[in-house]
Each structure stands twice: as C-alpha cells, then as structure tokens.
Design a protein around this ligand. Sequence first.
Ligand code: AP5
Length: 214
Amino acid sequence: MRIILFGAPGAGKGTQASRLEEELEIPQISTGEILRRAKADGTPMGRAASEYMDAGKLVPDEVVVGIVKERIQQPDAQKGYILDGFPRTLAQARELEDMLEKIGAPIDKVVSLEVPESNLVERLSGRRSCPECKAGYHMQFAPPSRDEICDKCGGSLVHRDDDRPESVRERLRTFEAQTAPVKDFYESKGRLARVDGVGKMEEVFELLREALRK
Ligand code: AP5
C-alpha cells in the first residue's frame, strides 16, 4: 500500500507513520528525517538544506523530489511506503503523480491529520527526540521516564532547532501558504480522507487504520 500522510507541522505525521510502518511492514519515508540526517552528517545537501530548515522554510523542490525518487526505488519500498512530509508543494505533488504514473504504481490513500493551530504549537514546543535511535517524545503527552533521556537507548534527548518559537511560526505560515493547497489537489481527485488528529495517540491511530481500510 502506498500512503501519503499529510498534515501541518506537529500534526503527528511522524508519530503515526512509525506506528503504521510497524503494523504494515512498509517503510516510513520522512523527507524531514532524511534532510536532518544529511545535515547531521554534514553532507553538501545537508549543509544547503539546513539554512532553509532552521528558518522554517521549504527546501527547494528539486532537492526533495530527487530524494523521494531515489528512495521509493529501493527494494524495501516495493511493497509500499508511507510518505511523511512529502509532497509539500503543488509542484512536488504533480512531480510525484507523473513519476508514479510512469511506473504504474499510484498512491492508494492520502490521509490528512487535522489538528488546530493551538494544539500544534503546544506539541512542537514540548517535543523531544533521540538523535541516536530517532524515538520521539513529548514532555507532557509522552514523556520519557528519566528527564531528557531516551527510554529506548539511553541517548540524550534534543529539542529540534526548528522547534524554536520563531521557526515554528514561520513553518506554520509556510504550511498555510505552500502546503495547504496540496490537500485541495488530492481532494479534487477524490483521494483524500480526513482524520481527526486531536486525541490520544492510540485513538488517532485507530481512526487512521479505519480510514485506510475504507
Ligand atoms: P519535517 O520533519 O517533515 O517537519 P514537519 O512537517 O514540520 O513535521 P513535524 O516533524 O514537525 O511534525 P509531525 O507531524 O511529524 O509531528 P510529530 O509526530 O513529531 O520537516 C522539517 C523541515 O524539513 C521542513 O520545515 C522543511 O524545511 C524541510 N522539508 C521536509 N520535507 C520537505 C519537503 N517535502 N519539501 C520541502 N522541504 C521539506 O508530533 C509532534 C509532537 O506532538 C511530538 O512530541 C509527539 O510526541 C506529539 N504528539 C503526536 N501526536 C500526539 C497526540 N495525538 N496527542 C498529543 N501529542 C502528540
């Protein structure tokens, strides 16, 4: 199954995509995560992308389209995948459609996680993640058992650079201006399902599974 998980920054795409990855045994493909890894490794792409990311702006389309094109051709993505954070502009959505049409493997489901802005800010400001094993936490909603230490691997948790208040404001503006139209694009094709993303993580997961079954 090929799935797009759509939603604003902090809507819970990463949280739900990793649960789906486990359940469906298909990889989560997070462009944000791939870019953060490139940034941490200090690759030329990572260095170029970090300027955009830290400022809360989108990395140029050609860079992310290239990443996705290569990633979906990997052997582990042949049974399907969950796109998390892509496509994020109309140009990316159109490129993806063309790419998949050529190989005869269209997207099966586009699910939008719907969360109001006040919840998004609360979620992003409390988020922590483990740079070692990538586990995600929230200081209020999903806290680690020991302060700022990863339960899974003992690594020190970090607050993402782009979760600072000024970057969060810019990310939310960018989402409204450049990414929200992608939802209309899939809705006009009759491919969009909306899921209420407010509620406990397990409850949202249940709604998501239901939307994917339909
Ligand atoms: P990316 O990493 O994709 O960031 P994002 O879309 O802003 O999404 P987030 O990772 O912030 O949020 P999420 O929806 O995954 O929420 P999460 O599950 O973590 O992109 C980062 C940057 O990379 C972009 O700004 C851009 O510069 C660049 N980039 C990436 N893709 C690009 C593209 N296609 N084109 C151009 N540039 C691109 O949850 C958030 C918090 O809430 C966590 O702490 C979690 O524990 C908590 N939480 C989750 N669900 C719940 C719940 N139900 N109740 C309470 N708390 C919850």
